[in-house]
Every structure is written in structure tokens, then in C-alpha cells.
Design a protein around this ligand. Structure first.
Ligand SMILES: Cc1cc2nc3c(=O)[nH]c(=O)nc-3n(C[C@H](O)[C@H](O)[C@H](O)COP(=O)(O)O)c2cc1C
Length: 101
């Protein structure tokens, strides 16, 4: 409800007429935003929660009908809260990568 208390949220939109392949591009673009923000010591949360009510988001920021709302990325400087020190576990690369020779 409070968008993770983020002072800023980036909303990604794309014209509806673009090929469905745009979903790949938007994912790659999102990743670039996350990396660029990290480079400036800005933390990010790509989150469904930011776009869970797309009609409300559309109205609030004026997204035209010919554009699809892809999602939102909450941004801000890290606070001292315990939650921000949490690190999720990572699966080993071998568990999801198969190399065929
Ligand atoms: C497209 C997308 C949507 C996400 N939606 C949510 C969300 O709605 N709520 C949430 O808590 N985390 C969401 N996440 C996960 C977090 O943004 C974050 O990636 C996850 O907590 C892993 O963080 P870490 O890489 O720092 O461990 C989403 C991630 C992605 C890529």
C-alpha cells in the first residue's frame, strides 16, 4: 500500500502495438535500470505490488490507453532496518544451467 516507502517509483510502459517480444526487451531494460541504480548507491525493488492495481496507476500518472503498463521499480536509499540486511539464498548455477556438448 505504501510502495515499500520508496521515495520514487519508475513505471515501465510500452506501446500496445509493439511485438510481444518486447517483454524480453523490457526485462533486459529493467535489469539495466537496476544495475545503473546500484552503481549510484540507489537500491531497487522490481515489484508486482507497485502495479497490482493498474487502473489506479494509469489514472495517477496518466498512462495513455495505447500503452501497456509493464510494471514498477521502487527506488530509494537503503535505511538501517533489519529487513534491508536480509540476503536471500542463491541456487547454485549448476542447478539451473545445462551445458550440452
Ligand atoms: C518482475 C518482478 C516482480 C516482483 N514482485 C515483487 C513483489 O510484488 N513483492 C516483493 O516483495 N518482491 C517482488 N519481487 C522480488 C524482489 O524485487 C526481489 O527481486 C527479490 O526480493 C530478490 O531480492 P534479492 O535479489 O536482493 O535477493 C519481484 C521481482 C521481479 C523481478
Amino acid at each position: 500500500r505504501h510502495l515499500f516507502n520508496a521515495p520514487a517509483v519508475i513505471y515501465l510502459t510500452v506501446e500496445r502495438k509493439v511485438s510481444p517480444w518486447m517483454i524480453y526487451d523490457m526485462g533486459a531494460f529493467s535489469q539495466s535500470i537496476l544495475l545503473a541504480a546500484a552503481n549510484e548507491q540507489v537500491d531497487t525493488i522490481p515489484a508486482y505490488e507497485t502495479a497490482k492495481y493498474p487502473d489506479a496507476v494509469r489514472k495517477a500518472i496518466g498512462i495513455p490507453e495505447n500503452e501497456l503498463l509493464i510494471g514498477g521499480i521502487a527506488m530509494g536509499y537503503r535505511s538501517e532496518g533489519m529487513i534491508n540486511a536480509f540476503h536471500s539464498q542463491r541456487s547454485s548455477v549448476a542447478s539451473f544451467l545445462t551445458i550440452k556438448h
